[in-house]
Design a protein around this ligand. Sequence first.
Ligand SMILES: *Cc1c(COP(=O)(O)O)cnc(C)c1O
Length: 402
Amino acid sequence: MRNIPFSPPDITELEIQEVCEALRSGWITTGPRTKQLEKELAEYCHAAKLVCLNSATAAEEMNLRVLGIGEGDEVLVPAYTYTATAAAAIHVGATVKFIDSQKDSLEMDYDQMERAITERTKAVIPVDLGGIPCDYDRIYQAVEGKKALFCPKGDVQEALGRVAVVADCAHGLGASRHGVPTGALADFTSFSFHAVKNFTTAEGGASAWRTLPGLDDEELYHRYQLLSLHGQSKDALAKTKLGAWEYDIVGPWYKCNMTDLMAAIGLKQLERYPGLLERRHQLIQRYDEALHPLGIRTLPHFTPDYTSSGHLYLTWTPGIGEKERNEIILRMAERGVACNVHYKPLPMMTAYKAMGFDIADYPNAYHHYENLITLPLHTRLSDEDAAYVTEQFTDIVKEYLR
Ligand SMILES: *Cc1c(COP(=O)(O)O)cnc(C)c1O
């Protein structure tokens, strides 16, 4: 029997060496390595600019704060996502409205999203689930169509002149749609570098934005610096200049900066990342070839419209419900294969039920969830491991197929 974990980090001697060098350098918090990673990542994903932070949750929160979104504002979030997508909006004081999925896709029902836009709506938060970029053409069409309703507050909202598109791209670094990489698709984007994600800095994340007419990228970057570092007018590195001790505090703000130890991991991950994506794509092809003949539906990671980052391998077994799904996951675990479910929709979670949400209002989200199993997909899998996963899965699932 093999033992196949769900999503272990892919760390080599390269990352380990670079972290050691950072430790020896005498500069371990935000400094030259963080700045270098920001520059390289912005180039990689064609963003106007990018700021490294300590998580994607913080990145989404900073995106919303830069947009001036808060109390009294509404934000549209898919019911089908991880809690961080909605929680960041709640942290800034906004009201979350959940949008159901499409019948045949995990993306939001964009007609429903468009209808949900009111004078109070300030942002929509599409989630590039599994690493598949959402249909941004349709999303921009919806927010442009509702332009007349928009009541801007502050200079960033004024410059946009419509509801902002703020992507939760926790899964999608390296994905693209019609040749445009995530980072340049949404107005603002948050990436996650958490340990289970495609690209890791242990914990970590980044905010990126595309070029937005009427906004100065350097000035926006400075706002992120202030928001993420106590509202302090000089960071630790700037204060090391001879005699430059004095700083001001311009707002009682937040603390969510990336450290140079994290950035050291990221710099080496980025060198390896094209190879890591390629390996994910190979594994997905192997899984698809083994499972599609059985009638098991999986996420389409490659179409003429987009190339996914191949973050998650979602499967839907026809004819089963929650009970059978949970049995299959347990039986896979008994054979050494860790599976998961991405996601149990947020209206089914205690915190969101307490806020009055009811899964009965999100039938498509529930339908996607009830027979879903996520198989392990990561770059520590050998070809033999991948074959073992599909053999065991096929063997178990056959008993449930009618
Ligand atoms: C992991 C994840 C996040 C949060 O990322 P952190 O870096 O842990 O804050 C947000 N959204 C989705 C969809 C995720 O999977």
